[in-house]
Design a protein around this ligand. Sequence first.
Ligand code: ADP
Length: 149
Amino acid sequence: MAEQTFIMIKPDGVQRGLIGEIISRFEKKGFYLKGLKLQNVEKSFAEQHYADLSSKPFFGGLVEYIVSGPVVAMVWEGKSVVATGRKIIGATNPLASEPGTIRGDFAVDIGRNVIHGSDSVENARKEIALWFPEGLAGWTSSQHNWIYE
Ligand code: ADP
């Protein structure tokens, strides 16, 4: 199976009307959307998603931020989509993100950085299982052979 990553537009990205812009960047690159939903998440679910960061001083604030409004959960598929997705998103601190990246173009503060993307193939697998237990859409783009060799 082709590589997949979990991408989440955080509540600030939804509130600021960036859903279409963000989807467009992944779509135009040549990655395929395999799962998509807008939802509010429970505190316990947000804590599970960010469990690796539970000892960080900003953990409480991070969880409050994620539950403060709906998020858009997505699965994107394509060659090297985990690492390339992180490049499209930009560095964690938006002041350090390059212009042209999502955080570089649309964010200022680290605690309001608009978007999440899995940082490894293994974490992508875990996050997709957590967010999409119902499974993903199966389809192949008719443009596939115009994008991939
Ligand atoms: P990334 O989201 O780039 O993978 P991390 O996994 O290190 O980054 O952190 C997860 C999220 O926690 C960040 O995207 C950001 O929203 C928040 N965060 C990280 N560091 C801080 C910080 N020092 N202060 C506030 N929030 C932070």
